[in-house]
Design a protein around this ligand. Sequence first.
Ligand code: ADP
Ligand code: MG
Length: 274
Amino acid sequence: MTDMTATVPRIQVLDPRLANQIAAGEVVERPSSVTKELIENAIDAGSQRIEVEIEQGGARLIKVRDDGIGIGEEDLPLALARHATSKIGSLEDLEGVSSLGFRGEALASISSVSRLELISNAKDDPRHGWRVVAEGRGMDARVTPAPHPRGTSVGVRDLFFNTPARRKFLRTEKTEFAHVEEAFRRQALSRYDIAWVLRHNQKVIHQLPAGHSAAARERRIASLLGKNFIEHARYIEREAGGLRLSGWVGLPTHSRPRPTSSTFSLTDALCVTA
Ligand SMILES: Nc1ncnc2c1ncn2[C@@H]1O[C@H](COP(=O)(O)OP(=O)(O)O)[C@@H](O)[C@H]1O
Ligand SMILES: [Mg+2]
């Protein structure tokens, strides 16, 4: 029989910080997931140039700087709030969504498990620009002036500093950076019209100029996937049912001597457009 004297636990609404940290468990697995989210935001902002700076495999710093549309002063505090997005406003928008993000969850989640600094300028005058910071406990709503060229910089320091159990699961600097580089590579292979830079511990790892010509694309693929890949790859292009598939496929006879090479070259140099 049930013990009627036992106290029934009360239902309570989670405090926003804890709710964000729980949500972060889904979005933020490791430095590469943060890198992916920040890059997607930079792409959604219409950037032409995206620079990614990593320190200590991302455990110490993940910084993404873009020259996109920026965020206005009034909206800056909202950017870090959960369920706050500029990308959809209605159910109809959701059905026709063309941006990479729309849930308004990434920055809120990331800022709940790191020390995040967001600086943005939505104007052409580089003397403008505003900064907000969040230190794992929700935002310090103060918006202070911070000169910045048009665009946005997001710096994420000390990932999981306040969730030690998760910090413990980070692997070596080399392994974490390999995941970050893979996330960078996927995005850089999907947008040839954007110029990209990736730095690790102040060293330039990839510097990729924008360029649409076949030669420019092949140069980018060679520098991201290796000369050997592009020399032995075949270009394919097909169109069916309103979808277009194009890209380079590595020949099985020339797959690279690493375990993931075949799926890697197949999925990464290919692009499907509607
Ligand atoms: N790099 C950026 N440039 C311009 N606006 C940005 C950038 N990053 C974030 N934002 C703004 O902050 C909002 C919240 O970002 P995010 O939490 O990633 O949610 P989502 O991308 O799903 O909208 C975005 O909708 C956008 O308005
Ligand atoms: Mg986003």
